[in-house]
Every structure is written in C-alpha cells, then in structure tokens.
Write a protein that binds this ligand. Sequence first.
Ligand SMILES: O=C(O)CCCC[C@@H]1SC[C@@H]2NC(=O)N[C@@H]21
Length: 246
Amino acid sequence: MKAEDYRHIALDDVQSTNTECLEKAQAGDPGNLWITARRQLGGRGRRGRPWVSEAGNLYASLLLIDPAPVHALASLPLVAALAVHGAIARALPDPESSLKIKWPNDVLLNGGKISGILLESGIVPDGRRAVVIGCGVNVAHAPKEAMYATATLRDAGAAVSAEELFAYLCQSMARELARWGEGANMSETRELWLRWATGVGKQITVNMPNASIEGIFRDIDDTGCLILEKPDGSLQSIAAGDLFFL
Ligand SMILES: O=C(O)CCCC[C@@H]1SC[C@@H]2NC(=O)N[C@@H]21
C-alpha cells in the first residue's frame, strides 16, 4: 500500500490517539487509518507511563486490522521505529546529526529521546486483531520533568511543523510496512534496524517488570528480541524491557 491509500482523521483535543484508533476498530473500522491530534489529555507511554502531550508535537496513531500472522507481530515495533527514524531524519537540517534507534523503538537525537512509540492491540467483534502503532515526536518541546535526556526537532534547527512531519511519517511508515511484507521479509527490516541501532556490542542493563539483567547487547533476532550475552557467556533472548547503557 502507498501512503495515499491510508485514510487520515485529524482531531483537536483527545485523550489519546491510540484510544481513538482502538475505539474506531471496535466500531467496525476496516483499518489502514491514521488518527492525529493537536493535543492529548491522557497520552500514554510504555509500561503505563503518561506521555505529556502539549500542542506543537506530533501525536499520530495508525490502526491496522490483522496486519500480519500473529507470530510476525512481535517484529512490528522495529518497523515502527524505522518509520519514525526515517521521518525525523528527513526533517533534520544537519545530515551529520546522530539519529539512532534504541531498542526496541525509541528514537534518540544526539543521545536525547526525541520520539516514543506505543503499540497496542485488541480483538474486534468479528474476531480479527486490531493493532495500533502510536507515535509521539518532540517537534517543538520535550517534557520538562523527564527522568532521561530529551531532544526536540526545534532545538536541532528543524523548521518543520507537526503536520509536515506527519506527512513524512505517512510515507516512511508505508515504505517500512511494505518492506517488512507482513513479516515475510523481516531479515531486511532487521538489517536496516541494526544499521541505525545504538548500543550493539556495548555493556547494558535491561530493566524488566520483575528483574534487571546486565550483559553485552549482542544482536536482535527476527522476532525483534534483544540477544544479551550474560557475564557467564550464555545468551538470553529478551522480548521487552527498558535498556540502559553502562
Ligand atoms: O513511552 C514511550 O516511549 C511511548 C510513547 C508513545 C506516545 C504516543 S503519542 C501518540 C500515541 N497516543 C498515545 O497515547 N501514546 C502514543
């Protein structure tokens, strides 16, 4: 599908563009629908954290219905990260900027988080699976009280608006979904993801809900899992967690 084949609804204030998409799906929407908002009053981040969503930044969610066989869905966060990375790269005036992907799907500009992505899913009344890819990008501002380094497109000298960045995102998302081919072509997506990844080969800590492990970030596999080499030399595959560099 090409970028123009996706529908788009632009809203003003919403709780969350992800919620809007999930509600559309429950009401029978066929999917391939982008919902954007000027502001979110209840923006959600990973692990139930809030996502501060003042006007000026990009809040965009893509609703897909049954985008791939269930076993391939775990790699969709990598597709989303590549798409957001591509859109931001296009907006940056300085081609030398360091724009990296931090596993699984944060995008970092010069080491500061410039984007977060939240995938959510649900089963619609006819039994099919709705998947929502929610993307937030710091265009004009970053949360003031963040516990981590942040970055914005404005501070990087990019004169792009949230609307213009959304147009770039539509194109890069369509391109990356087509490349991925419903998971059938994951090897190409994985290679590209690794090209932009930060921390591969480095000592890291991965925080998971009930544990935290240290080791060397060796690789990612075709399902998007991080392969960690533990101090005893054994390899552990990790499906989800927050990554920190030591
Ligand atoms: O914690 C993260 O890094 C993920 C943040 C995801 C934020 C986006 S903004 C658009 C969409 N709607 C939401 O409520 N969350 C996502």
